[in-house]
Design a protein around this ligand. Structure first.
Ligand code: GAR
Length: 202
């Protein structure tokens, strides 16, 4: 059975692209991205989706209150019979209605080794803190900020001549590896959540 995926985005969409490519290449089997929703009209992610024949929707937050916005997202997810919701550079807090409806079926990619450097500009936070190892995390989404159970992480060394930009670029390369991997594990039914621990049956 095909796992139907929706992706929430706000910008460039390179993680979305990595997932679409992994499906087209056959690395992720029995899954399809059916819907992409953006809270930004000019998100390049919307164009990426359309290039692959995926329904791409801009929902204008300015036209709703918070709960109304999430309710319309939920309606779309129900209309498309979505099994898995991915956040991929989605810079808006998800309301509890969606989290409840899709518990253990929402994943996010965050550009730090959680639980360090939650929130915005995680790569800058890590760089300015002076860490020697940085990285990224794919995790389930719960009600907290970047706090759900961790599925996969990948490390990168911080090099002596790194800038925030070079470090961010190397972290992004790892994001494009571990996010598709996590989606594959989910689609193959190989992830088991036990409290805070996620077991991978790969
Ligand atoms: C990625 O680095 C992602 O980890 C980060 O935004 C970027 C989106 O890039 N997300 C967060 O910081 C969420 N807290 P993309 O649009 O090219 O995938």
């Amino acid at each position: 059975m095909t796992v139907k995926i929706a992706v929430l985005v706000s910008g460039r969409g390179s993680n979305l692209q990595a997932i679409i490519d992994s499906i087209e290449r056959g690395y992720i089997k029995d899954a399809a991205v059916n819907l992409v929703i953006s809270n930004k009209a000019d998100a390049y992610a919307l164009e990426r989706a359309r290039k692959h024949g995926i329904n791409a929707v801009f929902l204008d937050p300015g036209r709703y209150d918070r709960s109304g916005y999430d309710r319309d997202i939920l309606k779309l997810l129900n209309n498309y019979d979505v099994d898995l919701l991915l956040l991929a550079g989605y810079f808006r807090i998800l309301g509890s209605e969606i989290i409840d409806a899709y518990r253990d079926r929402i994943l996010n990619i965050h550009p730090s080794l959680l639980p360090a450097f939650k929130g915005l500009h995680a790569q800058r936070q890590a760089f300015e803190y002076g860490v020697k190892v940085a990285g990224c995390t794919v995790h389930y989404v719960d009600e907290g900020l970047d706090s759900g159970p961790i599925i996969l992480q990948s490390c990168v060394q911080v090099l002596p001549d790194d800038t925030e930009e070079t470090l961010t670029g190397r972290i992004l390369e790892q994001e494009h590896i571990i996010y598709p991997e996590a989606v594959r594990l989910f689609a193959e039914g190989k992830l088991k959540v036990e409290g805070r621990k996620v077991r991978s049956l790969d």
